[in-house]
Design a protein around this ligand. Sequence first.
Ligand SMILES: [Zn+2]
Length: 70
Amino acid sequence: MTEKQKQKIWNFKDTNLQQWQHERTIVENELSNNQSMFCVCGKLATGFHEMNCRKFNDKVDIETLKRLKL
Ligand SMILES: [Zn+2]
């Protein structure tokens, strides 16, 4: 994720935290269901792993940005 993307997320969350969380939960569930056994980082995808995986969370953040057209 780029610094610019991070900045956009921070700015958006500052004023629209609920909308961000709502949209992000949808994206997270979709990406989580799409993966059969492995996470984007190549490790075995468990719910616990994804919650703590930086690569997975970055992917969710970037997709959420796209959906919110930021
Ligand atoms: Zn991972």
